[in-house]
Design a protein around this ligand. Sequence first.
Ligand code: 5GP
Length: 191
Amino acid sequence: MVFKSNNFCIVLSSPSGAGKTSISKMLLKIDKTIALSISCTTRPKRKKEIHKKDYIFLTDNQFSELIKKNKFLESAVVFGFKYGTLKQSVLSFFKKKKDVLFDIDWQGFQQLKQSNMEVVGIFILPPSKKELIKRLKNRGRDTKNEMKKRMNLVQNEISHFPEYDYVVINEDINICVNQIKNIIDSERLNS
Ligand code: 5GP
């Protein structure tokens, strides 16, 4: 499959609790040329999440079936659950002349870079480990077990930041979003 397009993929990665979800929402509000890629996952739905809006929630069998049919642009196991991006949904955004924002981990970013799509990778870091732990606790959406699992993997996730094109520190969310918006605008002039 050929993925030639003037539009490009914007990957946002970060350890859990660095503010990626809020940043994505703010970016989508201020830049209507960006569309958010909705991933598939086998992770159970959280209380406030909506099927097909936050994620496409699938059973393990459904996910495996899509892998067999080669429907994913990238897929990975994160925190013990499967996550993946459908090729077709990205292509349909490109057809609508949208740049596509991905909230995916470093494994997905590496796979996207190996595809023949244009990709810009932005890694979001929290101001400190202490602040990250505070944010993880405050958002209160993870079970104790899930939070423990996430904290254990934080260091591993952070170790991948040098692989990205840009690193942004989320100390003040408005400044952080502005910086990301500037990166995206510069990349548009570059392509
Ligand atoms: P959560 O379960 O908290 O929504 O997401 C857990 C992690 O999975 C986050 O780091 C998120 O970026 C990553 N993730 C979400 N969707 C995808 C995807 O489609 N592919 C990959 N590789 N990672 C994903």
